[in-house]
Ligand binder design. Structure first.
Ligand code: NAD
Ligand code: LMR
Length: 325
């Protein structure tokens, strides 16, 4: 069956790094034909048309069509996977409330369009920032879609954490398993090494406490800002790569004996208020994310998880006050 993948913000920099990989089969697997639906704002439709011409010119064997629209109802019609990348960036003089409100104006209508038009098996990944709260807004606007189908991306943070640890221990990333990012995709996120394993040993016991606290955690949590500082633009190819990883694992399952990180609606696990879209250790089984249960959380981790979850509660309360959820 051909899978319809809708990508919003298709003419942006992540879109450009993402679409060719989706069309080549890396999102869903080498046996799954895909149809792409590109959603853009009217001013960027022409640029999306240019990207579509390039996609055509690759003659990808799995690509069965490209549609371009500035109408969410059309773009999400029959969609099986929705990658919500387009978002309103924070500009000079904008307060946090303004940012949340501007994004509410995007993710509310898109959630409604998904609710009314997407296929029954729709899976949504929100990449556009503030990703967790944008996902919450979209989910609230889609009451007929099971809540678990709305997720936000922390896989980039997860991959960053794997690479930082691999570099520190001079091991390939393939030696590392059970990495976890908790909380919000923001500088408050908590990359947890107390359950991570490296060659069967607990990662936190293989590194100095000072490195873990003062180097590892801030490097991972502030990596997005470091890339903006260095590139003059936010991460694009690595963000697209993480989106591919997230959806690939959601659809095809996570490897036995390992888990990954994704922001999924909380069921109350680990004291995270029910309904918040927060990052957890997750496995994917039979096409569904499941939160890994039973991990012991010590005081060091508890404090950091609570801080990031506290920020998500504040964002949720702010969008509630604005009438966006
Ligand atoms: P970009 O500015 O290059 O592209 C964004 C695109 O979205 C633009 O083409 C714009 O026209 C489009 N857009 C805006 N509003 C839209 C709407 N209502 N419908 C459809 N399209 C719309 O930005 P980018 O570098 O591609 O980044 C996109 C988002 O991803 C940003 O919010 C960025 O902060 C976020 N991001 C998230 C992560 C993560 O790990 N979760 C990582 C990197 C970037
Ligand atoms: C990232 O983590 O690279 C981005 O979310 C940073 C940003 O603010 O766009």
């Amino acid at each position: 069956m051909t899978v319809k993948v809708t990508v919003t913000g298709a003419a942006g920099q992540i879109g450009y790094a993402l679409l060719f990989r989706v069309a080549s089969g890396q999102l869903l697997g080498a046996d799954t034909p895909v149809k792409l639906s590109l959603l853009e704002i009217p001013q960027a439709v022409k640029a999306a048309e240019g990207t579509a011409m390039e996609l055509d010119d690759c003659a990808f064997p799995l690509l069965r069509g490209i549609e371009i629209s500035d109408d969410p109802a059309k773009a999400f019609d029959g969609a099986n996977v929705a990658l919500l990348v387009g978002a309103r960036p924070r500009t000079k003089g904008m307060e946090r409330g303004d940012l949340l409100e501007a994004n509410g104006g995007i993710f509310g209508p898109q959630g409604r369009a998904i609710n009314d038009n997407a296929a029954d098996d729709i899976r949504v990944l929100v990449v556009g920032n503030p990703a967790n709260t944008n996902a919450l807004i979209a989910r609230s606007a889609a009451p007929d879609v099971p809540a678990e189908r709305f997720t936000a991306m922390t896989r980039l943070d997860h991959n960053r954490a794997l690479s930082q640890l691999a570099g520190k221990l001079s091991v390939p990333v393939t030696e590392i398993s059970k990495m976890t990012i908790w909380g919000n995709h923001s500088a408050t996120q908590y990359p947890d090494l107390f359950h991570t394993e490296v060659g069967g040993k607990v990662a936190a016991e293989l590194v100095e406490e000072e490195w873990l606290r003062d180097t590892f955690i801030p490097t991972v949590a502030k990596r997005g800002a470091a890339i903006i500082e260095a590139r003059g633009a936010s991460s694009a190819a690595s963000a697209a790569n993480a989106a591919i990883d997230h959806v690939h694992d959601w659809v095809n399952g996570t490897p036995e004996g390992d888990w990954t990180s994704a922001a999924v609606p909380s069921d109350g696990s680990y004291g995270v208020p029910e309904g918040l879209i927060s990052s957890f250790p997750v496995v994917s089984r039979n096409g569904r994310w499941e939160i890994v249960q039973g991990l012991e959380i010590d005081a060091f981790s508890r404090e950091r998880i609570d801080a990031s979850v506290g920020e998500l509660v504040e964002e949720r309360d702010a969008v509630k006050a604005l009438g966006l959820i």
